[in-house]
Design a protein around this ligand. Structure first.
Ligand code: ADP
Ligand code: MG
Length: 244
């Protein structure tokens, strides 16, 4: 074992099984504004197995986005832990955190977040550029075919429909074969038909790739298709029992 590998092992929790790709323990995120504070995430526990589809539901303002951003390493928790592949993510140094995010995490946002000056293809390939390697050269074709954007690759985002933009964003989130794909109300800015189409393509892609998916959604029908569902209420996360 190299020195670097030994150093990394100090951040790994041996009690977390290999199959638990994402674990949150006593996760808290409080926002402070003057003498006023809001507990957006209040001691959340969560466990996601490799390959699982987990949905998160709850009313607006209940803390779903804050939870998702913290799980995805985009926002630092006030206290508590996020274990990614067993590694205590927020105990890692900044370089390793960036490396983990680039290789292990993909995120789809409600508002797409595509770079407007780049074509669809350039947007999709951007994470590979950032990771500094083309780890999966044939994956681009697979993804763009599965997400049905292979005929739109040379267009700018402004020349695409909302649904197509979100499919490009999904391909970009998946291009590095992340361990986990996070999606925060990915259909929130789409009309009904495009929303339904996006969900079908996203779930078909996930099924084909065996991708782990954690999705915030306000649509109970979409949430019900997940393996498991969590509900957020005033910052408190509970697992919901699916009615058979
Ligand atoms: P949801 O995604 O469920 O609508 P959010 O996670 O966006 O909820 O927000 C949860 C709570 O935290 C809300 O009361 C919101 O106003 C507050 N909040 C979110 N982000 C911030 C921030 N950056 N600063 C202060 N308060 C915030
Ligand atoms: Mg939100």
């Amino acid at each position: 074992m190299s020195k670097a590998e030994r150093r990394m092992l100090r951040h790994k929790d041996p009690s977390i099984p290999e199959s638990d790709v994402l674990v949150a323990k006593a996760l808290c995120k409080t926002f402070f504004q003057g003498d006023y504070h809001i507990k957006a995430v209040d001691s959340a526990y969560l466990r996601v197995k490799r390959g699982e589809f987990v949905s998160i539901v709850g009313t607006s303002g209940s803390g779903k986005s804050t939870l998702l951003h913290t799980l995805a390493g985009l926002e630092t928790p006030t206290s508590g832990h996020v274990f990614l592949d067993g590694y205590d993510f927020f105990s890692l140094d900044d370089n390793t955190k960036s490396e983990f995010r680039a290789k292990k995490i993909g995120v789809i946002f409600q508002s797409f977040h595509l770079l407007p000056a780049l074509t669809a293809k350039e947007n999709i390939l951007m994470p590979q550029k950032i990771a500094g390697e083309t780890r999966y050269p044939s994956y681009f074709d697979t993804l763009t075919r599965l997400l049905k954007i292979d005929d739109r690759l040379h267009h700018l985002p402004s020349e695409l429909s909302g649904g197509q933009r979100q499919r490009v964003a999904a391909a970009r989130a998946l291009i590095n074969k992340p361990d986990i794909l996070f999606a925060d109300e990915p259909t929130g800015n789409l009309d009904r038909d495009s929303a339904a189409e996006l969900i079908e393509l996203l779930l078909a892609t996930r099924a084909e790739l065996g991708q782990t998916l954690v999705m915030v959604t306000h649509d109970p029908a979409v949430a019900a298709r997940a393996d498991r569902t969590y509900r957020m209420e005033n910052g408190i996360l509970t697992e919901q029992k699916h009615t058979p």
